[in-house]
Design a binder for this molecule. Structure first.
Ligand code: NAD
Ligand code: TYD
Length: 353
């Protein structure tokens, strides 16, 4: 079959990547989607079992730290576009082991930029290098204000510093070599298939199993939550219609203190598990705070709304209900993930807190 475009999606077996792969494979049968993923602890091909036989989808296991492998892959497939999501993504892990964040998030991104440059030479018409990033590069807000696309970078964790560095390098390749780049910085995602190291799936898993829910510090930190499918829709729009060299912030207009989020989640879980009201909330346990814990993230997403007409589709309550339903209906997915090395991770992170 002759495909209109061949697109590389990196990190497609992870949480957000799997939703992006699904959207592109289903929405664009005339595009060939190549998913490159190293299948680290966070990568899971089970996330894609509904699309993995599609004629326009192909999976390649590979590590973006391997520049030679990338050159060969780019020579083989002649990609028209790259949507780059592969990354080490968890702040707590970056505090324990910063180096893998440096090698994957920074060096891996530069390897991809170099491979794209080599493949496209100076023929950029119809090409696109799309880098997916986070609002955490902007640092931490006080009680007022929002991150805009012009907010100065002020990353404060090894994770956010590595993402900030990769953002700068992507823009530098755009300005210096004319590489057709575009970037987005998104707020906290939630939804099906998220690895249970992140707050929402971890709490759902613990509540389900009557284990304590670890809330860092006093639970007053604020995050802006967006349903993952809404993020995937934004990525589709920016890939096709975003301006070259532009950055778009993406957010849910949905700020919540961690403790309030957890209480809402406990209420939903009590109802779905037929527990007496207040049962799950008894599991809430305040634990030692994360080092350098950013207080508040909040996104001003007016640019992407005005330019591309994007806005979040789901209200948080509705998204959270859907998310809880997914985890409760997919217990085998969770059981497979949380057996083995996850236990060791959990002990390391939480035993001494
Ligand atoms: P994730 O940890 O669930 O998935 C990351 C994927 O990348 C995994 O499949 C993993 O196997 C793969 N990967 C890791 N190292 C690799 C390497 N060296 N080579 C190839 N593949 C590798 O992450 P996520 O939450 O889906 O985040 C995806 C992207 O979106 C990241 O770039 C992250 O910084 C960004 N982002 C995430 C959020 C969020 O709330 N989760 C918010 C904004 C931006
Ligand atoms: P997380 O899901 O790790 O995302 P991020 O750090 O990228 O925002 O954490 C979301 C918020 O929840 C953050 O303020 C840290 C807090 N948190 C807890 O209180 N307990 C936990 O066990 C985890 C994983 C996070």
């Amino acid at each position: 079959m002759n495909f209109k475009k061949i697109i590389l999606i990196t990190g497609g077996a992870g949480f957000i990547g799997s939703h992006v792969v699904r959207l592109f494979v289903n929405q664009y049968p005339d595009y060939r989607i190549i998913n490159l993923d190293a299948l680290t602890y966070a990568g899971n091909l089970e996330n894609l079992k509904d699309v993995d036989r599609a004629p326009n989808y192909h999976f390649v296991k590979g590590d973006i730290r391997d520049a030679e492998m990338l050159d060969q892959l780019f020579q083989k497939y002649h990609f028209d576009g790259i949507i780059h999501l592969a990354a080490e993504s968890h702040v707590d892990r970056s505090i324990t082991d910063p180096m893998s964040f440096i090698t994957t998030n920074i060096v891996g991104t530069v390897n991809l930029l170099n491979a794209a440059r080599k493949l496209w030479q100076d023929h950029f018409s119809g090409k696109r290098f799309y880098h997916i990033s986070t609002d955490e590069v902007y640092g931490s807000l006080g009680s007022e204000g929002f991150f805009t696309e012009t907010t100065a970078y002020d990353p404060r964790s090894p994770y956010s510093a590595s993402k900030a560095s990769s953002d700068h390098l992507v823009r530098a390749y755009g300005h210096t070599y004319g590489l057709p780049v575009v970037l987005t910085n998104c707020s906290n995602n939630y939804g099906p298939n998220q690895f249970p190291e992140k707050l929402i799936p971890l709490a759902i898993h613990n509540i389900r199993n009557n284990k304590s829910i670890p809330v860092y510090g006093e639970g007053k930190n604020i995050r802006d939550w967006l349903y993952v499918v809404d993020h995937a829709r934004a990525i589709d729009l920016v890939y096709h219609r975003g301006r070259n060299l532009a950055t778009y912030n993406i957010g849910g207009h949905n700020e919540l203190r961690n403790i309030d989020l957890i209480h809402t989640l406990c209420e939903i879980m009590d109802r779905k598990l037929n527990r007496a009201p207040g049962t799950s909330a008894k599991l809430i346990t305040f634990v030692k705070d994360r080092l350098g814990h950013d207080l508040r993230y909040a996104i001003d997403a007016s640019l992407i709304r005005q330019e591309l007409g994007w806005k979040p589709g789901l209200q948080f309550k509705e998204g959270l209900e859907k998310t809880v339903d997914w985890y409760l209906n997919n217990e085998e997915w969770m059981t497979r993930i949380t057996s083995g090395t996850y236990q060791q991770y959990y002990r390391q992170q939480y035993e001494k807190r």
